[in-house]
Design a protein around this ligand. Structure first.
Ligand code: FES
Ligand SMILES: [Fe+2]
Length: 367
């Protein structure tokens, strides 16, 4: 690690109480060395959400995703075991599987046609006779840890120091009975933001501070005076009572007594309303860009009435996301201003934001 990077890491103090704390320095949002360290220590060495169990239910079914530049493949083999691999062919590193999800009886690289079986073992190497010191048995796809919770699939590219269940705790315990397991996936939306991935997480973690100013539609349905943030392990949860809104559309799709906004380190957000779950996944595309995937789940995805409800719910989430994208892109430009280095936190609202910065700093430093 360079002297400069060590200095940059040490310029944030995660031990201060919230009332005297500063945010991480602005350079953490665009410095390329810091970004490379995040790819290694955060995304390369923690449990990461990569997709839905439903996508990899049958033998041969697979999903792929790229997380912070790392191509990943998850597949159910013929014996029913779920496996995950780095999705880079051992020949010249093409992605062995290109489709986001699907079904295969073997894994055939489209570049030169090498084939691997569903357990990642190299089977076919056309026109490769005469190559010396080449042992097919040592040229399988490198495997990575994979596990599931409820409808979600997670992978870990390093050596996990804790099980997925321990890592997620208390999220599974505290959402028991909320019906996550019984909801049905209804669709995905994909957004590209011109900001560092942490700007999106910061925006999510400000304890409702921007809801009244940035989301006038949503604001009407949340009882802001009772909005609170709890901090637990690798999670934060923001809880707000729901109140009747003047907007009948918002009223209709945001029902129940409370909204729960769960964040799971580093990049997964789970928004829960009665009968509605939106997943937000922030995927870095470099220091200055990120992709945010929204996955929508509902109680019913069959009846006409349910479909109308679901469309309205997705439309509201989309509107809120456009409002968030506007501020996130703007914040990234502001972070690069020579005038700005660090900011302060509202003690009343922004405990979640500081908690994120603390967990991040500790992970980067290996504390
Ligand atoms: S890169 Fe896969 S076969 Fe050549
Ligand atoms: Fe927002």
């Amino acid at each position: 690690m360079s002297e400069r990077l060590i200095k940059l890491l040490n310029s944030f103090d995660p031990t201060l109480p919230l009332s005297t704390a500063h945010t991480i320095p602005s350079a953490w949002y665009f410095d390329s060395e810091l970004y490379a360290l995040e790819c290694e220590k955060v995304f390369g060495n923690t449990w990461l959400y990569v997709g839905r169990v439903e996508q990899v239910k049958e033998p041969g079914s697979f999903l792929t995703i790229e997380v912070a530049g790392e191509p990943i493949l998850v597949i159910r083999d013929e014996t029913g075991t779920l496996r995950a691999f780095h999705n880079a062919c051992r020949h010249k590193a093409a992605q062995v599987i290109n489709e986001p999800c699907g079904h295969a009886s073997k894994l055939r690289c489209r570049y030169h046609g090498w084939t691997y079986d569903l357990q990642g073992r190299l089977r076919g190497t056309p026109e490769f006779n005469g190559v010396e010191n080449f042992n097919k048995d040592e040229q399988g796809l490198p495997s990575i840890a994979v596990d599931t919770w409820g409808p979600f699939v997670f992978v870990h590219q390093g050596t996990p120091i804790q099980s997925l269940a321990a890592f997620l705790d208390p999220f599974p315990r505290m959402t028991e009975g909320s019906g996550i397991d019984t909801l049905h996936f209804a669709g995905r939306r994909d957004y590209v933001l011109e900001c560092n991935w942490k700007v999106f997480v910061d925006n999510y973690q400000d304890g409702g501070y921007h809801v009244n100013t940035v989301h006038p539609g949503l604001a009407g349905a949340l009882d802001y005076s009772k909005y609170r943030t709890d901090l637990h392990g690798m999670n934060t949860v923001q809880i707000s009572p729901i109140k009747p809104s003047n907007d009948p559309t918002v009223n209709k799709v945001r029902t129940g007594t409370h909204a729960y906004y769960w964040w799971i380190f580093p990049n997964l957000m789970v928004n829960l309303y009665q009968g509605v779950m939106d997943i937000n996944l922030t995927l870095p595309l470099g220091p200055n860009r990120c992709r945010v995937l929204f996955d929508f789940y509902f109680t019913d995805i069959e009846s006409d009435e349910a479909r109308r409800f679901n469309e309205q719910s997705i439309a509201l989430a989309h509107q809120v996301q456009l409002e968030d994208i506007g501020v996130c892109d703007e914040v990234q430009r502001g972070l690069k201003s020579r005038s700005y280095d660090t900011g302060r936190f509202s003690v009343k609202r922004e405990a979640g934001g500081y908690y994120f910065h603390q967990l991040l700093a500790r992970t980067l430093r290996g504390d």
